[in-house]
Design a protein around this ligand. Structure first.
Ligand SMILES: NC(=O)c1ccc[n+]([C@@H]2O[C@H](COP(=O)([O-])OP(=O)(O)OC[C@H]3O[C@@H](n4cnc5c(N)ncnc54)[C@H](OP(=O)(O)O)[C@@H]3O)[C@@H](O)[C@H]2O)c1
Length: 253
């Protein structure tokens, strides 16, 4: 049985808690958050604490806290030579205080507290400072049914950068599309099958091959009409930038 203590109670920590709780070979030993009210409703099922001095022994301490607080929180841990991991895509493993054995347990997915997720589909990117901990980290990922990948800091930071393009930027484009369609009283539901098909298509072909639309075809009149339709200058600038990028990729002028 693996004992895990979770630090943090945000999007990632909440999902990790549920996943570890459902995993057969894992016990959540304690759940720490500096704001106790976020975890108090779990007090009847796990030892919930808001005081680091109350931390007890566990096989691993997973810090799913904001990127900027990882270094200071790891320094504040009141023990040494135990295994401590963070869950960030961009923070170096060396930001963790070296008084403990260090690891990264980065789940490459987008987590929102209230959105259900199937952990089986989530790749876990693993990094360790002590080789001896690698198998343990892999086993931990496996308890949740996840595939794990041994990845170094530079690769993880590159994956995180790619993930920002794939998820954050695409989602911002959804938001703009939502605003544009809402302004004309069009139900956003009509666009949802397109969102799904766009994501599904790249499972079977490269993003290069999957591209369609006026920029790829170089339909100048349609592009001009779209730019005229756009009332918001920022939306116009984004349209022009992405159109130029698609044209360049597909050899249009
Ligand atoms: N969300 C994602 O999709 C995603 C995906 C993969 C990896 N990650 C990584 O996972 C980590 C957590 O992200 P998240 O989205 O779960 O964040 P989040 O929802 O914003 O939660 C942040 C957590 O950090 C705690 N915290 C912030 N500053 C702190 C400090 N100075 N001392 C102690 N605790 C502090 C917060 O405590 P309070 O409740 O007291 O404010 C909260 O529990 C980050 O490293 C992030 O890069 C996120």
């Amino acid at each position: 049985m693996i004992t895990v203590t979770i630090l943090g109670a945000g999007n990632v920590a909440s999902h990790l808690y549920k996943a570890f709780k459902n995993a057969k070979d894992v016990t959540v030993k304690q759940w720490y958050n500096r704001t106790y009210s976020d975890i108090s409703s779990y007090a009847n099922e796990v030892d919930t604490i808001d005081d680091l001095s109350q931390l007890e022994g566990a096989d691993i301490y997973i810090m799913a806290v904001s990127d900027d607080s990882i270094a200071s929180l790891s320094r504040a841990l009141p023990f040494e030579n135990r295994l401590v991991a963070h869950t960030s895509g961009s923070v170096s493993i060396h930001d963790l205080d070296k008084k403990n054995q260090r690891a990264v347990f980065y789940p490459l997915q987008t987590f929102s507290k209230d959105a259900e997720l199937d952990f089986n589909e989530i790749p876990i990117c693993i990094e360790v400072t002590e080789k001896a901990n690698l198998q343990f980290m892999k086993d931990l990922a496996e308890t949740m049914g996840c595939k794990s990948y041994k990845i170094n800091t530079e690769q993880r930071q590159t994956l995180h950068l790619s993930a920002v393009f794939i998820n954050n930027f695409t989602n911002q484009l959804y938001r703009i599309a939502h605003e544009i369609s809402d302004a004309k009283s069009i139900n956003f539901d009509i666009l949802k099958p397109l969102i799904l098909e766009t994501a599904r298509k790249v499972q079977d072909m490269s993003p290069y091959m999957a591209q369609t639309g006026p920029a790829k075809r170089n339909d100048k009149k349609t592009i001009k009409r779209h730019l005229k339709q756009l009332e918001n200058e920022e939306h116009k600038a984004i349209y022009e930038l992405l159109t130029a990028s698609i044209k360049k990729t597909h050899g249009q002028r």
